[in-house]
Ligand binder design. Structure first.
Ligand SMILES: C[S@@+](CC[C@H](N)C(=O)[O-])C[C@H]1O[C@@H](n2cnc3c(N)ncnc32)[C@H](O)[C@@H]1O
Length: 247
């Protein structure tokens, strides 16, 4: 991302906002959320998960440091209490929520362990923390695009970080003093309807001149993922883990 999240809020909502739904479902099932379970989603982005939780009858709250993401989340999930704040400084008192989640977000915190400690702080004893993130690149067709962009810039792809590797989420949660109760891999495909959607999606936030220069490499790398209708379909996976705070 070349610019802050607020600058790409509309594009995120249109192109990526709902794509992690299989991970939301996995987290909700593993944490056994039901009507009345107070839940907080940290790094809630444009609020699609909050709307999903609301549909389950969950009193949902969300937090994100980017005001434009928060504005869209408030309109998408009008019943949710959505606040501006970051994972390292959550604007709620201790022991407020029975479930606290972070989907595709903790990697943006300055320090994942500090952020996790904050998630744990606002969780009630006996409640759950659930985290979901991109699995290692071996599980992502989009690595072909990342590799092409890195090669075009004369770089190599960085190694998978701790939040992506097998066991990384469980280790984070255990190191935070929690008892892991569930974990897994879930298919999270991403599709684009045409070349324009593909380029807008994978180059979201790039400077327009740099995006135009990168477009041919992206289109070439995406060719194997072309669908019969002229769109694109990338198979990807997320890892998720859910853990309980000791009573
Ligand atoms: C990739 S988006 C994911 C949004 C949403 N969770 C989803 O799955 O659609 C990452 C989000 O993390 C937010 N973010 C960035 N830094 C953060 C931080 N320190 N604490 C919490 N959220 C952060 C961004 O503003 C953005 O909304």
């Amino acid at each position: 991302m070349g610019v802050g999240w607020s600058g790409v809020a509309d594009g995120w909502a249109a192109l990526w906002g709902g794509f992690a739904e299989p991970a939301w479902r996995a987290l909700a099932a593993a944490a056994r959320v039901g009507p009345g379970t107070p839940a907080l989603d940290v790094g809630c982005g444009t609020g699609e998960f909050l709307a999903f939780l609301g549909g389950l009858g969950v009193p949902a709250a969300g937090v994100d440091p980017e005001p434009e993401m928060v504005a869209l989340a408030r309109s998408r999930a009008p019943g949710a209490d959505v606040r501006v704040g970051d994972a390292e400084h959550l604007p709620w008192p201790d022991a407020t929520f029975a479930l606290v989640t972070a989907v595709n977000a903790l990697q943006f915190a300055g320090d994942a362990d500090d952020a996790l400690a904050e998630l744990v702080r606002v969780t009630v004893p006996g409640g759950c923390v659930g985290v979901a993130n991109w699995a290692e690149r071996a599980h992502s067709d989009l690595r072909a695009i990342d590799a092409a962009l890195a090669a075009a810039a004369g770089d190599e792809l960085p190694p998978d970080g701790d939040l992506r590797r097998p066991g990384g989420l469980e280790e984070l949660l255990r190191d935070g003093g929690l008892d892991v109760t569930g974990a897994g891999l879930v298919d999270v495909p991403w599709s684009a309807p045409d070349d324009d959607g593909l380029l807008r999606g994978v180059l979201l936030g790039e400077d327009p001149e740099e995006a135009a220069a990168a477009a041919p490499a992206v289109l070439a790398a995406a060719r194997p993922f072309r669908t019969a209708d002229g769109g694109y379909l990338f198979a990807n996976r997320f890892r998720y883990a859910v853990a309980r705070k000791r009573p």
